[in-house]
Design a binder for this molecule. Sequence first.
Ligand code: URA
Length: 432
Amino acid sequence: MRMVDLINKKRLGEKLTKAEIDFIIKGYCDESIPDYQMSAFLMAVCFQGLDEEELYYLTEAMIHSGEIIDLSSIRGIKVDKHSTGGVGDKTSLVLGPLVASCNAKVAKMSGRGLGHTGGTLDKLESIPGFTIEVSIEDFHRQVEEIGLAIVGQNQDLVVADKKMYALRDVTGTVESIGLIASSIMSKKLASGADTILLDVKYGKGAFMKNVSDAEKLARCMIKIGQSFNKNTKAMISNMNEPLGNAIGNSLEVIEAIQCLKGQGPKDLLELCLNAGSHMLVQAKLATTIEEGKETLLKQIENGQALNKLKEMVAYQHGDTSYIDDPQKFPLAPYKIAVLSPKSGFVQDMDSLVLGEVCMMLGGGRQTKADTIDHGVGLVLNKKIGDAVELGEPLLYIYSNHKDILELENMVIKSYVISLKKTKRPILIEQVI
Ligand code: URA
């Protein structure tokens, strides 16, 4: 087989066989296929797409390019969730403990943030001492004993994706539904959970800019999951405005703790109750979504959900006194209110810009090598649909510097305020 023939075949829109796809993935991993040929192939896929069978073969080849985690020795149904990423998305910090407190086994391998989207691992690392580097044996033991572990992705998992993603990032080939779906699903399937709940985000702060593309991606990932016999569901949720109010690592952990105490923002709670109840049904711990929601609310009220977070933090060597007293989290020294330039209603906002502001404050990474500052970020005071007076704070910026006029201007421009009354946006478009 010659790679150039396979590139041409895909460029002409023809279907590749399993043997051909295996050849490409193996060859790319053992470096017999160079980056320039792989880039040409990926670009052909961006234009021509992949059909259902090709997607299955691609995902299968990617899974087998690295280690596959076997969680079958852990009793019970192991549940996992994945968000396609957004701004202020601290769902895993709430959902993991919440669902695990209902006896679901939550075995989650997470990623770091890059660019404007934050990563669960970075957020968890704002808890002093917390380690995300856990061996596979300890990961097993932790899930078996306390039902919850959120750890860094094993370095040997889906080796092909690491190489391919880095290449896609610099060759304009990230935005292909088939490539995104196989990238995400190969990692989820190799991580060993029995059920997968996907939170596919759409809007300004997300990969998918509209509902229809998000739905296509969700359906594509569900098909892949089902063809590997995994119970896979997807929520389509809105990322035109950030989720909750906090953006930034420590600030998001604080907000997650508030949510687990029943004092969090409404939208974050709504998303967690919806996602959590689907996960409970997938784990056969609830028969209906309504029953699932009731159970979850009970676990918040009786303190068990917050206790579960503390158990996980303790198991992963974090200082639990920060969970008891979130005021201990060190925040950046300057809290700067960004004031509304006029009165009216918030019509729209640009969560992508707010994510970028957080990154520019030092709360995110522009390159993988960057270190991040856990104490900086933003806390929204106004979201879409809210009435606002001239001079009222739109949000607060936590910064290490006093003079951040450029960032303040970015925030002001990211808000659209007019006299027209506006409804709150729908948060969850559908569950598939
Ligand atoms: N997240 C992934 O893991 N892969 C993609 O291709 C896009 C987002």
